[in-house]
Design a protein around this ligand. Structure first.
Ligand code: FAD
Length: 408
């Protein structure tokens, strides 16, 4: 992520230079830096609104150093825009989505609305003392701030929109199949603001005018808004369950088998390898892995969330945390705890020919594809360099149900 941000900032710096402007970069604690900037005569801050706990605390502190204008360009709606009739937040996605659709209008397509948000007017407890040294960065270099530089093959933001134009028609039907390149890969751009959400919305509006069905894609963007909205209204969800006293059972061995892609369950190992090798994991596979982690392995969802956070390029606190809570069954959605994915049925349905699995697990390339989705066959087979499944799914699911019944 740091390498990605650096490369994007470098582009921006170069683009501004061509216009005769100089982009200055500072490294250190935001509080220290903004105190210095206020002393240098800077008058106000303009930033994109960000709603996770760290960002809100940071922005609140900065807002007491310099007047703070949050541009609502991170999400489609502001966090207090989509509310129930009694002005409380929605806890179920579909009614949120339906209300969001009724509120959505031209204003949401416009660029950069500078709005003074009430976000930063909560109680403020004073600037904390920081000891960290601060420095102005003269060279753009990840190693100077303690990170190892990674070479990324990242497609330019606008090229992704061009590519999406060709994918939109089949997006609804194809988006669940990990071997198809059928999704937008925009999560990284949206996370870091390298593409504005409004730019994506204007692109969708253009496609809709051409008669293309954009509903399924728009729904996913609203999902992103919804998760940020939930974390804004219920910050404790960052670490705590919304429902059930499910804590999971800590087990380092199980955790290591999962994170080292040695579960012996092909779709899970392929997913984890995709994550470790590329910094991405297909959405359907994220769901299968998170269900396996929290239900079959009964591990704490917070451990899985942290593992994803360490490796996902598109890591976003709200989407990651709320998705893990959804998978664990502990979140706000009304789905009961007994929704447990069968990883073999899932891979049979969404990677029938095993292209995705065999790509990331080449040691399975010679295995009969049907056997890849068949737990019994995997137990019987001896595959060189590939472990037998670490658990039997049916037994694990039964144990998970018993465990959940105990804690609800
Ligand atoms: P597309 O299918 O092209 O979707 C378009 C955009 O809609 C995405 O870029 C994303 O911004 C949004 N979106 C799509 N699906 C979801 C969803 N289920 N929830 C919220 N927003 C969505 N997404 C992140 O951006 N960061 C995360 O850290 C993250 N962690 C996840 C963890 C788990 C366990 C799960 C199940 C999902 C997670 N997601 C996360 C959501 C989703 O997997 C990714 O947004 C998606 O895979 C990104 O690929 P894309 O841009 O090609 O998506």
């Amino acid at each position: 992520r740091v390498s990605f941000i650096f490369s994007q900032v470098l582009h921006l710096k170069e683009a501004l230079k061509e216009k005769g402007l100089e982009l200055k970069l500072f490294y250190g604690n935001p509080i220290d830096i903004f105190i210095d900037l206020s002393k240098e005569g800077f008058e106000e801050v303009a930033a994109s609104g960000d709603y996770d706990t760290y960002a809100r605390k940071r922005d609140l502190e900065v807002s007491h150093i310099l007047p703070f204008n949050a541009i609502n360009d991170t999400y489609i709606f502001q966090p207090n825009e989509v509310l129930k009739a009694d002005r409380t937040p929605y806890l179920v996605f579909t009614p949120f989505y339906n209300k969001a659709k009724t509120l959505f209008n031209q204003k949401h397509l416009h660029e950069y609305q500078f709005v003074k948000q009430d976000l930063y007017s909560t109680d403020y407890e004073g600037i904390l003392e920081y000891t960290q040294t601060r420095a102005q960065l003269h060279t753009l270099d990840t190693t100077s701030i303690g990170f190892e530089k990674m070479t990324l093959s990242v497609t330019a933001s606008l090229d992704k929109l061009d590519a999406l134009e060709k994918k939109l028609d089949s997006y609804k039907n194809d988006r669940d199949f990990p071997c198809l390149d059928s999704t937008s890969h925009l999560s990284l751009e949206l996370r870091f603001g390298t593409l504005s959400i409004r730019q994506v919305l204007r692109f969708l509006s253009k496609q809709r005018n051409k008669g293309i069905d954009t509903e399924a894609f728009f729904r996913q963007l609203i999902f992103r808004d919804y998760y940020a909205y939930l974390l804004y209204h219920f910050p404790y969800l960052e670490t705590e369950n919304y429902k059930y006293a499910f804590k999971g059972i800590e087990n380092i061995n199980k955790y290591e088998s999962f994170t080292q892609a040695k579960t012996g369950v092909p779709i899970i190992d392929a997913g984890v390898r995709e994550l470790l090798q590329t910094g991405n994991m297909h959405n359907r596979v994220r769901m299968i892995c998170a269900s396996f982690f929290t239900k079959d392995l009964l591990l704490p969802w917070q451990w899985g969330e942290k593992f994803f956070a360490q490796h996902l390029l598109d890591y976003d606190a709200a989407s990651n945390i709320l998705s893990w809570q959804w998978s664990a069954g502990t979140g706000v959605d009304p789905q009961p705890y007994f929704r447990i994915f069968n990883p073999y049925l899932q891979s049979k349905k969404f990677d029938k020919d095993g292209y995705y699995i065999k790509h990331f697990c080449p040691e399975l390339s010679e295995v009969n594809t049907e056997h890849i989705h068949d737990e019994t066959a995997l137990f019987k087979n001896t595959i060189p360099n590939y472990p037998k499944p670490m658990i039997r799914h049916k037994e694990a699911a039964k144990k998970a149900l018993q465990y959940f019944k105990m804690v609800i």
